[in-house]
Structures are given as C-alpha cells and as structure tokens.
Design a protein around this ligand. Structure first.
Ligand code: SF4
Ligand code: SF4
Length: 185
C-alpha cells in the first residue's frame, strides 16, 4: 500500500438551496414522493416526500428542507433568524424528524424518512427534486472531499511499508537498521 492510496477521497453530494427563488409550488415534494413510491412513480403523496417546503405565505417565506436524521427528543433551539428582512424560525431550516412536528414520517407506519439523494442504479444525473424545481431554487452539486487518514489506516500503511521492506531486505537487516537508528536518538 502506498501513501497515495491511504488519502481518503469521497464524492460529497449536495443540494444548494436559494430560498429567495422558491415559490412554494411544492413540485419538489411531489417528485420526491413519486420517485420513492413502490412501485416507482405509481403514486404521488407529498406526505411521503423526503423534502418539505416550510411555507409562511403571510410573510412570503418558503424554505425547502430535506429530511435528515431522526431524533427521538426535541431540541431546545428556538432561535429566530432574520434574513433579508424576513424572520425565520430555527425549525424552518432543520431537517430532523422529531416529536415537535410531523414532518418526515411515513404516514402509515410512522417510521422516519430520510433523503437518500435519490440513490438508484443507474445513478441519476440529478435528484428528482432538483429536476422538478423549475424556478431554480435547488441546484445539485458534487464535490470531491479529502480527509486525513484515520489511525487504523495509518497503522495499515505502516504495516504495509514494513512488510515490503522485510520482503526487500530481510527481517534481520531491517531489525539491525532500526536498532542503529534508535541508538542514534
Ligand atoms: S434528493 Fe431525492 S430523496 Fe432527497 S429530497 Fe430530493 S428527491 Fe427526495
Ligand atoms: S420545486 Fe423549487 S420552487 Fe417549488 S417549492 Fe420546491 S424548492 Fe420551492
């Protein structure tokens, strides 16, 4: 194993939300629920969508949020965010399904729903909610992320390096060289 194989890289999939472009049409909810219906596209039920649009028509606020992780308890965050002259509650931006609200629960079973970025085989070019959003409030983004190797990955790299040295020079020669090095310190 070489150092270059240990550097962990992954593709991070994101959806950028521009709330000032959202009209509250809810096409994203319908597209998501249709894609996740069984059989696929057999029904449309926004209550089964993994994206919900928080709508406050009086204050002209529309915030699409995607379902994240389930949380069994309410948080204590009750902040108000003022953006562009409008006031949004903290819940407007939260993707959790929690006891405070009935978002992101499968209507029949009550089980939590979570956005899976429309994982499918073959992969989609863009998730369905993005494709359905004609006003352009949702934009699909892919970016590569690298991260530092974890301790167990570093250890595996070290062991792989030692093994190749043993194969090349022999165990005795390696021990002798290491012994000289440690004495020199
Ligand atoms: S990415 Fe797919 S699963 Fe996630 S909210 Fe959009 S349509 Fe639903
Ligand atoms: S489809 Fe786009 S504009 Fe319509 S509600 Fe969803 S995010 Fe907003």
């Amino acid at each position: 194993m070489t150092a270059s194989t240990v550097v962990a890289k992954k593709i991070v999939k994101e959806i950028k939300v521009e709330i000032d472009k959202c009209t509250g049409c809810r096409a994203c909810e319908m597209a998501c629920s249709a894609f996740h219906a069984r059989p696929r596209f057999s029904s449309i039920n926004p209550a089964r969508a993994r994206i919900r649009v928080v709508v406050d028509e009086i204050n002209d606020e529309y915030v699409p949020i995607r379902a994240g992780d389930y949380t069994p308890s309410e948080c204590n965050g009750r902040h108000i965010y003022k953006i562009g002259g409008k006031e949004y509650s903290e819940c407007s931006f939260c993707g959790a399904s929690c006891p405070s609200r009935d978002y992101f629960r499968e209507p029949d079973s009550g089980l939590p729903l979570k956005c899976d970025m429309c994982e499918s085989i073959p992969p989609l070019e863009k998730p369905w909610c993005v494709q359905a959003c004609l006003p352009g409030a949702l934009t699909y983004i892919e970016r590569e992320e690298t991260r530092e190797p974890r301790p167990q990955e570093k250890r595996a790299e070290l062991e792989g390096g030692l093994e190749s040295l043993v194969n090349k020079f022999g165990q005795d020669a390696l021990i002798e060289a290491l012994s000289k090095m440690t004495k020199g310190h």
